[in-house]
Design a binder for this molecule. Structure first.
Ligand code: ADP
Ligand code: MG
Length: 893
């Protein structure tokens, strides 16, 4: 056995091998050490033919899922070696084989999965300079990205040609496992960074996974098509390789036919609004920035779905807003229709409520891991379909009607389960109690034999007693002889010919007859046969459902859609949202808009609604000033969220809205607001500003929150200023922008730069205090009220008083005056010559180090040999250097 173990282990070197021995899965050697440590289970030993006993630990077979889940969560891969023949029948060593490899991206156990989230496996293939895609891009390299959820059968593929787009896709799907080719692993991408940021395991697979021919072949064979153009994959060279690799990896780990993966969907990233990684985080679309939880996110507000499928689909809607007007309007119409037919909507919700996760159920059915109780859950779900289909059929909008048509009531499958499977079956498949009476003749007979066997024996006993006249005739049973008639010696003469003698005792004799023998066979074998027959019948039912996977998946998708639109409609009604008009003129006009999340976190309608007007002309860029805590960030995010909600097809929190469709939304929050990410450096802030300036278009919406805050006032102000000039210049960018700043000097730009308008969030002064009004109004704030805010926050009175004194002396009138001058000069300049493009600008900068490197104190510090100095030496040197410095200061004063 140990030898076989070693051979098996050699085939799965990167996996922990769970080796089935009787009622346990055992691990040996290093695997045992790892597992005992990770799962805190006892380490023992086993003789293995070597001098030392092999370290060993084990988990009971019935708890497999729980242990698997914990190991996979920690990023391990586990290979499961099962006994593949019945130990009772085996001659010699029981045959064992690896039946499945479980990895984070391919785990299917229910408890390991969040049902409201897809669990994605992603394949990334990087190819350099080998092909160019349709648009002629990709000379520097193309990434093929294939993403699959093995539990639902979703499978998608795309191609991108930059790191950034790749990260956006990773971020959009947040896969739990990535497999990639060596070229990607070695391409200089920060693999460890990726691993940490997305909590994903990444492995480079052997090159045989990425052979072009084998990839094409596996896809053709799996999807049973003659050519890949039938799948719409013609234009995806690198994408095909990534999809083929994922397919092969799934085959190798699952060792099943994967019948439930029925389609592959190619998509282009240009079909959806581009939302980059930091924007997703900043807007808190599906998880909050700090706690990484759902409460407090847009998803949390919009999610009133009833089914797991709906919940997952809504999440993808939020992560991929649309950019084509007709598609958006179709969704809006669906929501509107449901709003207007509120009774029908409530009815649909009632019917949706009991529906289980059909997608994952059909996954388990195809995998043959679904148990009888799963089938009952399936049946109970199917029961709802005709009702939903019927109600939906009454709607006239294209989308809802389409969903009704897509929906197959699947009543044949309902009927099959209803006839075959008992209402309250066990979760086990090999202990009987699954199949209904009347479904199968033989099963009925066996079941009857089991329960009615006693009656039959009693009846036979009475009949033979009557026939033979043997008054003491009895049917008895023992283990050795089975059932027999016992005749006491006094009746020996009356025993008929057809009684066959089995045994003679001193005072009695034992017989059997053909009829008794037959009954015995029936009764004794019945139990065992019934259990195994029920298992076979159950498997047949399961397989015939599995054969209908395409119909079921289509219906499940339709149900998910209905669920999402009902959810959007429920939220729209309950929260008083309106249907936004959509335009392609680039105008964003919102009347009394609200922040969907903040308003809901607030009690008693305290949220103050605000208007917005942006266009591609005179109102391109709003500079928003106002003291800290006034509500600048909230307001800007509210606008971004309203635009995003509109484009995903939702109604929006406003009194009226007309939304110009945006191709991208970018948000950037000044460094100090973003401590949670652990990368709150000015450098990161600027990198992202650079990215925005490079990738935004005139149809993008930019939300820049206190840009430049991460550095000194002067640098910060100057950068903010230059960024505004760049963005608002229609020659360079001209994107619609909300720009919050605490540099009220920037309000000077209105009137000098075209398209810039000042807004501020009003506060009221009450003596020494301020009251936040939360209302956005035209004009700039001329004060920052920092001291008042500090006072509100409870900074001691003595500090506040002193701060006021200092402020009076330091009055920033000087800066403001100077800013005015520059604004005037630059407006003159821009009239004559265009602002240079950023890449033409010389990026040279003088650093602190450049200015001090010739200083003698610094030079001496630099030259110290710390390793050879005693502590006393070091202290003395420090003292000397410090004195030198102090003297120098004295001189300069
Ligand atoms: P700023 O960015 O100007 O410092 P924030 O946007 O962070 O201010 O807002 C500060 C707080 O004010 C928020 O936590 C929120 O509770 C409250 N707030 C913001 N906008 C509104 C509003 N329109 N109505 C009511 N409360 C608001
Ligand atoms: Mg703020």
């Amino acid at each position: 056995m140990m030898q076989h173990y070693m051979e098996t282990k050699k085939e799965y070197p990167d996996c922990i091998l769970f080796y089935r021995l009787g009622d346990f899965y055992e691990m040996f050697f290093d695997d045992a050490l790892t597992v005992s440590k990770e799962l805190e289970i006892t380490l023992t030993g086993k003789d293995c033919g070597l001098a030392e006993r092999a370290p060993m630990c084990g988990v009971p077979y019935h708890a497999l899922d729980a242990y698997l889940y914990r190991l996979v969560q920690k990023g391990y891969k586990v290979a499961i070696a099962e006994q593949v023949e019945d130990p009772k029948l085996a001659k010699g060593l029981v045959k064992r084989e690896v039946i499945r490899v479980v990895t984070p991206g391919t785990i299917t156990s229910v408890q390991a999965l969040d049902e409201t989230k897809n669990n994605y496996l992603m394949g990334i293939v990087y190819e350099v300079g080998q092909r160019t895609n349709q648009t002629g891009k990709g000379r520097d390299g193309i990434y093929g990205i294939a993403t699959a959820d093995i539990t639902t059968g979703d499978f998608m593929v795309t191609e991108v040609d930059s790191d950034r787009e790749l990260f956006d896709e990773i971020n959009k799907f947040s896969p739990s496992e990535i497999i990639c080719n060596n070229a990607f692993y070695m391409s200089g991408v920060d693999i460890d960074g990726l691993k940490n940021r997305y909590n994903v395991i990444i492995s480079a697979l052997d090159s045989h996974f990425f052979g072009e021919e084998s990839c094409r072949k596996v896809l053709r064979e799996h999807f049973r098509v003659g050519s890949l153009s039938g799948l719409g994959l013609t234009d995806y060279g690198t994408g095909i390789i990534s999809a083929g690799a994922v397919m092969q990896y799934m085959y190798e780990t699952q060792k099943s036919t994967l019948e439930h993966i029925t389609t592959i969907t190619p998509y282009s990233t240009g079909q959806f609004m581009v939302i980059d990684t930091s924007t997703r985080r900043n807007l808190e679309l599906v998880e909050t920035m700090r706690e990484k939880q759902k409460r407090g996110t847009l998803l949390w507000v919009l999610d009133k779905t009833k089914t797991a499928m709906g919940a997952r689909l809504l999440r993808t809607y939020i992560e991929q807003p649309l950019i084509h007007k007709e598609e958006i309007v179709k969704r809006q119409t669906a929501v509107e229709e449901l709003n207007m037919n509120y009774i029908s909507r409530e009815e649909i919700c009632e019917y949706l409520n009991p529906i289980y996760d059909l997608e994952r159920l059909i996954g388990r059915i195809s995998y043959k891991t679904a148990n009888p109780r799963d089938l009952i859950a399936f049946k109970n779900s199917l029961e709802m379909l005709p009702h939903i289909k019927q109600i939906l059929g009454e709607f006239s909008g294209e989308l809802l009607r389409g969903l009704a048509q897509e929906m197959d009531p699947l009543q044949d499958i309902y009927g099959l389960i209803d006839q075959a499977i008992l209402e309250d079956p066990p979760v086990t498949v090999r202990e009987g109690g699954i199949i209904k009476d009347g479904y199968h003749e033989e099963a009925d007979r066996l079941r009857q034999a089991k329960t009615e066997g006693k009656d039959w024996l009693a009846e036979l006993e009475a009949r033979e007693k009557e026939k033979t006249g043997i008054k003491t005739l009895k049917i008895k049973f023992n283990k050795v002889f089975g059932y027999y008639f016992e005749v006491t010696n006094s009746f020996k003469d009356q025993v008929p010919d057809y009684f066959v003698r089995k045994q003679t005792l001193t005072n009695a004799e034992r017989f059997t007859t053909d009829e008794l023998k037959h009954l015995e066979d029936i009764i004794m074998g019945a139990e065992e046969k019934l259990v195994s027959l029920e298992y076979d019948l159950f498997c047949q039912v399961r397989d015939s459902i599995a054969a209908q996977v395409v119909r079921i998946q289509k219906t499940a998708k339709a149900i998910a859609g209905v669920d999402v639109f009902c959810s959007l409609s429920v939220v729209a009604t309950r929260r008083n949202y309106v249907k936004p008009m959509m335009n392609e003129k680039g105008v964003i006009q919102i009347k009394n808009g609200r922040h969907p999340v903040v308003e809901q976190m607030m009690r008693d309608d305290l949220f103050v609604a605000n208007d917005t007007f942006l266009d591609n002309g005179k109102n391109r860029l709003s500079v928003i000033t106002g003291p800290n805590m006034a509500g600048k960030s909230t307001y800007m995010r509210q606008v971004a969220l309203i635009v995003l909600m509109a484009q995903l097809g939702s109604f929006v929190p406003a009194q009226e809205a007309d939304i110009g469709i945006c191709d991208r939304i970018f948000t950037r929050v000044g460094a100090s607001d973003d401590l949670a990410s652990g990368q709150s450096t000015f450098m990161v802030e600027m990198t992202e500003v650079a990215n925005i300036l490079r990738n935004a278009t005139r149809n993008s919406l930019l939300v820049l929150d206190e840009i430049g805050r991460g550095t000194s006032t002067f640098d910060g102000l100057s950068i903010a200023w230059a960024v505004i000039e760049h963005i608002s210049s229609t020659k360079l960018l001209g994107a619609k922008t909300l720009f919050a700043t605490h540099y009220h000097e920037l309000t000077e730009l209105e009137g000098t730069i075209a398209g810039v308008k000042n807004y501020c969030i009003a506060v009221k002064e009450q003596g020494d205090d301020i009251v936040f009004l939360r209302k956005i109004v035209r004009g700039g704030a001329d004060k920052s009220y920092g001291i008042q805010v500090a006072k509100l926050a409870g900074v001691p009175d003595s500090v506040i008083a002193r701060a006021k004194e200092i402020a009076e002396e330091l009055s920033d009138a000087d800066i403001t005056a100077r800013a005015k001058e520059i604004a005037e000069i630059s407006s003159n300049i821009t009239q004559h010559k265009a602002v240079p493009k950023p890449d033409e600008v010389d990026m040279q900068q003088l650093t602190f180090f450049d200015t001090v490197k010739d200083d003698d104190i610094v030079r001496e510090l630099d030259g110290l040999e710390l390793s050879t100095m005693t502590p006393i030496d070091a202290l003395n040197t420090l003292y000397r250097l410090q004195t030198k410095l102090k003297n120098r200061w004295k001189e300069t004063q």
